[in-house]
Write a new protein. Structure first.
Ligand SMILES: [Zn+2]
Length: 475
């Protein structure tokens, strides 16, 4: 007896799109069967997915939940946590996200994870994992602790090559320490997840623009610029290559220069993967000039239309592998509290409309296959981050994380219809499909607008990066 059967949908499987039935026992997919071969009586609960798309639950490999940001007046802004954002994610068809555990001075990597667990355990309706975030000037013992963390199932290390803002310190890791970290990652089977910007160029541009009195956020693309992405990507990729090919995942690629650097590294068969954000694909620096233009911003910055074109090409030719959000969910008031190049709030509120917006832009507008769309919003993240085939696949033995899209749904994204916060940068964006059912490990979390999840439903996901991902330019 199956617990659940999803019948008659067009199912996006690892082998392609097939009209079939998906049978679930407990938390996992038990069987994929040709439509009509399994009797409806064989399941306790049946969902009719006729004329719908059945895909693996979305995976967002880059979110910041319950994250502290210092506002221009010096007071902290704590962004929405996993309970609120996870609920919104599930309404939007996303079942798994990866956040960050902050590895600070005086604590071990595993203690950093325990501390971060306080924000998530019993509070997340989605499954989740963390990238461990390295800080400036780590003590010499860090290499040993990193090896231990990788072996314990925490194999991804976040590294910043910049402090991002002039007022900030503690993020940027110098190249000697990165070199050490890369050696450990390569040896122990880890993956570096990198925020690369050229700190010299960025800080130089802050000083220059402040001197010239051009401090409005509409100038952010001049500060966090294309040259910075070019220099920093090439420098970090060269460092990884010198270590013998440390696997790297380049976060929030925003410029054509970044895409070109990744393509060049992959041309040498290096294990390098690219992520962009949906706002980098769909908004440019011109959008900073719109009312409340800060809502389109996250660091590094929006760029030009040529950069957008390069990012799109990257999604079509396997240079960009994942579309993430860099989620940082706050109210409109907090999102626009900063208005200068050096105090504008980063991050994006986009976890809920991500699947719908990307369906519109990829499948409806650009003719991408459903398989490529699913790779970009789910499967590739699972493969790169060490979650596949448990996550990101509709296949026997995979977790039953399933999203059912209605491809006849038409309308516009409206903040009032979402469950995230009081604004959305996607206000008015066309809808050509929208999730109607979201299932996490066999439990129906959202169905036809009703929410059945609880903050206790999510589970931490220990991970191991697959060998093919580490050894060469896979995917
Ligand atoms: Zn981020």
């Amino acid at each position: 007896m199956f617990d659940l059967m999803i019948r008659g949908g067009d199912v996006v499987t690892p082998e392609g799109v097939v009209r079939c039935d998906v049978a679930v026992v407990g938390e996992t997919i038990a069987e994929i069967a040709t439509s009509g071969t399994l009797s409806a009586d064989a399941a306790k609960h049946v969902i009719d997915a006729t004329a719908h798309i059945v895909m693996p639950g979305g995976i967002d490999p880059h979110v910041h939940l319950h994250h502290v940001w210092i506002k221009p007046d010096g007071t902290p802004l704590v962004t929405a946590g996993p309970e609120q954002v996870g609920r919104a994610a599930l309404f939007g068809g996303t079942t798994t996200f990866i956040d960050f555990a902050y590895w600070r001075d005086g604590v071990s990597a595993l203690e950093a994870i325990e501390t971060r667990d306080k924000d998530f355990v019993g509070k997340s309706p989605c499954d989740w994992a963390y990238h461990i975030m390295l800080h400036s000037e780590p003590p010499p013992e860090f290499a040993g602790e990193l090896a231990e963390a990788i072996q314990a199932g925490y194999p991804t290390l976040k590294i910043f090559t910049t402090n991002i803002l002039p007022s900030r310190s503690g993020r940027m890791v110098d190249f000697g320490d990165i070199w050490e970290a890369f050696q450990v990652l390569a040896k122990e089977g880890g993956l570096g997840v990198i925020h690369a910007e050229d700190n010299d160029i960025v800080m130089h541009m802050y000083a220059k623009l402040i001197r010239e009195g051009r401090v409005g956020y509409e100038h952010l693309a001049e500060v966090h610029n294309r040259l910075s992405e070019d220099l920093s990507f090439r420098r970090i990729l060269r460092l990884a290559e010198s270590v013998g090919g440390t696997a790297l995942y380049m976060m929030h690629v925003s410029a054509g220069t970044g895409v070109a650097a990744i393509a060049e590294a992959r041309g040498k068969a290096l294990p390098v993967y690219g992520e962009t954000l949906h706002q980098y694909l769909l908004y440019s620096a011109n959008d900073y000039k719109r009312p409340n233009g800060q809502i389109y911003h996250t660091y590094p910055s929006l760029k030009t239309q040529d950069d957008q074109k390069a990012l799109w090409q990257g999604t079509a030719n396997d240079t960009i592998h994942c579309i993430a959000t860099d989620e940082l969910c706050c109210t409109l008031k907090d999102k626009i509290v900063g208005s200068r190049i050096d105090d504008t709030t980063g991050g994006n509120s986009g976890v809920e409309p991500r699947l719908g917006v990307m369906y519109t832009e990829m499948v409806a507008r650009r003719g991408y296959s459903l398989s490529r769309y699913v790779d970009l919003v789910s499967s590739n993240a699972a493969k790169i981050m060490g979650l596949y085939p448990r996550k990101g696949a509709i296949a026997a033995k995979s977790d039953a994380d399933i999203t059912i899209l209605d491809p006849t749904r038409r309308g516009k994204v409206r903040a009032a219809d979402l469950h995230e916060t009081d604004y959305t940068p996607w206000e008015g964006h066309d809808i050509f499909a929208w999730p109607v059912v979201t299932i996490l490990r066999g439990k129906v979390m959202v169905q036809n607008g009703q929410y059945f999840g609880t903050p206790k439903d999510g589970r931490y996901l220990k991970r191991k990066i697959a060998q093919n991902i580490r050894e060469g330019a896979a995917l």
